[in-house]
Ligand binder design. Sequence first.
Ligand code: 5GP
Ligand code: ZN
Length: 118
Amino acid sequence: MTDQDCIFCKIVAGEVPSDIVYKDEHVTAFRDINPQAPIHILVVPNRHIATTADLTAEDEGLMGHLVRVAHLVAEQEQIATSDRGYRLVLNYGKDGGLLVYHLHMHVLGGRRMGWPPG
Ligand code: 5GP
Ligand code: ZN
């Protein structure tokens, strides 16, 4: 299922260009157009799921896979070590800063992250 007005559905379908770093049957990972860190990749389900609020029990396997792919792309970027490292982020709602309504996990790395996040 795709949403005709969804930018990330268009990226998954190859209708909008992006720098794809990983793709399989279930998920696609591509570089964020406005990176907030030297490495900033988004991992999205290929199927349109708007937000974490729209996940169902059937999506639990997909979300586990998505997290494993996030680690895999971090390995590809050579930041998946304990002395380097990365941060995974899922935003939701106004306070969370959600802008794009196709579920996406941010993989951020290549610099030291602050805590708590600003
Ligand atoms: P959110 O704030 O919704 O969690 O994050 C959405 C992210 O998508 C932002 O970091 C933004 O830069 C990125 N983004 C929005 N539109 C595009 C696009 O057309 N291509 C790519 N590669 N990233 C996008
Ligand atoms: Zn979509």
